[in-house]
Structures are given as structure tokens and as C-alpha cells.
Design a protein around this ligand. Structure first.
Ligand code: ATP
Ligand code: LTN
Length: 332
């Protein structure tokens, strides 16, 4: 049986970008690939690579866990867990740090972008982040890793690290394949379509829609999304970046073809188009929010996380015991 592994960091409220680029893909894959096992986790260890308020972090961890289920993942078929509850993730992360080079980590664009924004107080864990991410994946012998476009480079490095380990110590880890959606892999900021919609970018809340925004807020943010003065509805990511992003969101959230939507609105105007898009988003998010509200305080969610932790832990424990033996650590 093939295994699919992916995670999301609790660094802020989940955005529409996280939903369309990642969670919605998980749900689709689960429906399509029936013979696959799904290991999905909340990457809480990754969140503390930048300062987090402990109470807020704990709340967001559960928010994300509940959101996975509220968005339609099948709780029976999903092994759902918190990264920090499986100590072997960090243990393997350390071994992989010893199998990745400074030069490789320095080339990571996510790291370069984050230091460009943050300027001071860069933690060493932010730098070594890709080694822990590689561990999250190869510890469970993932065959596939569904992620948004921004994670492509990290996945390539994961493959490099896994191959390097296998070449030196003998075949041991499965080398994973990324799965990047055709539409929705890179949702852009609503106010600045040059940059990715990001949940930790709290400076401009009008730039992103969170999965917790109420209907009025969603409609307002879509209505004020940046477009252009051309005024014609067509898909032109070169010259109409903002509109192209909105068309992508529309296509992805409704599972329609971009060109089909362009055709429907080609004689219409931005105002009508935005109103319909706002409604389409609300229609999808409202029931998700309702489910999330019921789950968040439930024993059911705790039970799902306990079960997920036990299954993941069992696999991780066995794999790590063998891994240490391969590397020559310990006494036997
Ligand atoms: P941060 O802003 O803290 O860096 P993030 O939202 O970019 O967070 P994650 O929470 O780690 O990053 O992302 C979880 C998943 O969502 C990943 O698979 C990532 O590729 C995907 N994702 C994040 N932002 C977008 C986006 N704007 N468009 C499409 N997919 C996205
Ligand atoms: N690095 C990712 C989140 C992440 C992840 C993973 C994704 C951590 N570990 C393992 C897939 C598989 C991010 O920043 N978006």
C-alpha cells in the first residue's frame, strides 16, 4: 500500500491558499487513491522556528487538526497526529542534519525570503528546517507528498537527502515524489498578487482570506481585491495578475475549468464577477466552519489524535530503531 504524508504549520489561521493548495488536494487524493494510506500531521515543531505565543500556538494546533476533518478528510482513513508527539521526528531530523550541507540549506528560497522579512533574530532551527521536514516525510517511508508550489524546493532537497543516506548506508528510506496540484498550487495575496498568500503575514489582513472569516468579511475582501484598469475578464497572468489569481481561486474552489469561467464572464464586469466569487467561497467555507465548530471541543477530535499518534508512533519507533543501527549509533 502506498503512503501519502503531508503537514501544515500552526503559524497563523489557515488561509484559502492552504485550503486550495494543500487540504483540498488531500481530500481529492483520498477520494481518488483508495489504496493509499494518509498520514497527515500538524507541524507544530516547525512553527517554533519563529517566536510563538504559547497559548495561541496551542489553540492553533487544535484548530488545524479539526480543520483537516472539517474539510472532508475521512477520519477512518487518516492517521492524524501532532509532529511534537512523535519524538522520533526530531531524532531523525538531527541525523538528517548530519547528512545535509550548509550550502544546500543556504539556497532554500523559503529561508531566504523569511530572513529578508525578519532581518534580526534568525534562529538556527529556521535554517535547519528542511532537515526536519525531510525527517517528517522519510521516517514514514512516504511515497507521495502533496504540497503547494512553494514546497517544491524542500521536496527536492528531501529527495537528495534520502538518496544520499541510501547511497552511504545502504537502501533504507523510500524516496518520495511531490504531488503539486495543477490549479491552486500558488494562490497569491489579494492586495499584492506578486506575493504568495501567507498565513503568517498578518500585516495586511485584506490580503488573505482565512478559513475562519465570516461571510461578510470574505465578500468584502474579495470585493476589494486588487485587479486592474483594463476591465476585461480574461486569463492573462502577465498583464492581469490580480484577476488571474481570482480566476484561479474561482476555478479551484468550484472544480471548474478557468477557461469555462472566463467564457461565462467575458461580457460581464469585475463587480459581478467578484460578487459571484465571494458567494462561491462562502458556500464552500460555511459548512466547513460549522463542522469545525462542532469538532473543536469534542472528545471525538481527541480520540482521532490519540489513535493517530499511536499508529504513527509505532511506525516511527520501529523505523528509528533500525535507522540508528544502520548509522552505527548505540550498542547494538
Ligand atoms: P507561513 O506563512 O507561516 O510560511 P504557509 O501557509 O506558507 O505558512 P504552511 O502552513 O506550512 O505554510 O503550508 C501548508 C501547505 O499549504 C503547504 O503544502 C503549502 O505549500 C500550502 N500553501 C501555503 N500557502 C499557499 C498558497 N498561497 N497557495 C497554495 N498553497 C499554499
Ligand atoms: N514546510 C512546510 C510544512 C511541512 C511539511 C512537512 C509539508 C513541514 N513538514 C512534511 C509536507 C511534508 C511548509 O512550510 N509549508
Amino acid at each position: 500500500m502506498k503512503r501519502i504524508v503531508s503537514g501544515i504549520k500552526p503559524t497563523g489561521s489557515l488561509t484559502l491558499g492552504n485550503y486550495l493548495g494543500a487540504i483540498k488536494q488531500f481530500v481529492k487524493l483520498q477520494q481518488k487513491m483508495e489504496d493509499c494510506e494518509f498520514f497527515l500531521f500538524v507541524a507544530d515543531m516547525h512553527a517554533i522556528t519563529v517566536r510563538q505565543n504559547p497559548a495561541e500556538l496551542r489553540k492553533r494546533i487544535l484548530d488545524i487538526a479539526a480543520m483537516y476533518i472539517a474539510c472532508g478528510l475521512d477520519k477512518e482513513k487518516t492517521v492524524l497526529y501532532l509532529q511534537s508527539e512523535i519524538p522520533q521526528n526530531v531524532e531523525l531530523g538531527y541525523i538528517l542534519q548530519s547528512n545535509v550541507y550548509m550550502g544546500e540549506l543556504e539556497r532554500m528560497t523559503q529561508f531566504k525570503d523569511k530572513i529578508a522579512k525578519q532581518e534580526t533574530s534568525i534562529t538556527s532551527s529556521l535554517f535547519t528546517y528542511p532537515a526536519l521536514m525531510a525527517a517528517d516525510i522519510i521516517l514514514y517511508d512516504a511515497d507521495y507528498v502533496p504540497v503547494g508550489d512553494d514546497q517544491k524546493q524542500h521536496l527536492e532537497l528531501t529527495r537528495t537527502i534520502a538518496n544520499r543516506f541510501n547511497n552511504y548506508y545502504g537502501d533504507f528510506f523510500t524516496v518520495p515524489e511531490p504531488l503539486i496540484p495543477e490549479v491552486g498550487a500558488r494562490i497569491m495575496d489579494l492586495q499584492d498578487p506578486e506575493k504568495k498568500m501567507s498565513k503568517s503575514d498578518t500585516a495586511n489582513p485584506k490580503g488573505f482570506i482565512t478559513l475562519f472569516d465570516d461571510s461578510a468579511t470574505i465578500r468584502r475582501k474579495i470585493n476589494s481585491a486588487m485587479t486592474d484598469s483594463i476591465g476585461v475578464i480574461k486569463f492573462d497572468p502577465e498583464n492581469q495578475k490580480g484577476l488571474a489569481n481570482l480566476l484561479t481561486i474561482f476555478a479551484s474552489i468550484t472544480d471548474r475549468d478557468v477557461l469555462d469561467i472566463v467564457n461565462e464572464y467575458k461580457d460581464s464586469n469585475y463587480k459581478v464577477f467578484k460578487e459571484d466569487l465571494g458567494n462561491a467561497i462562502v458556500e464552500v467555507l460555511e459548512p466547513i466552519q460549522e463542522k469545525h465548530k462542532n469538532l473543536i471541543k469534542s472528545q471525538e477530535l481527541q480520540d482521532i489524535l490519540n489513535k493517530g499518534r499511536d499508529i504513527a508512533s509505532d511506525y516511527a519507533f520501529k523505523k528509528m530503531r533500525k535507522c540508528k543501527r544502520k548509522v552505527g549509533l548505540g550498542r547494538k
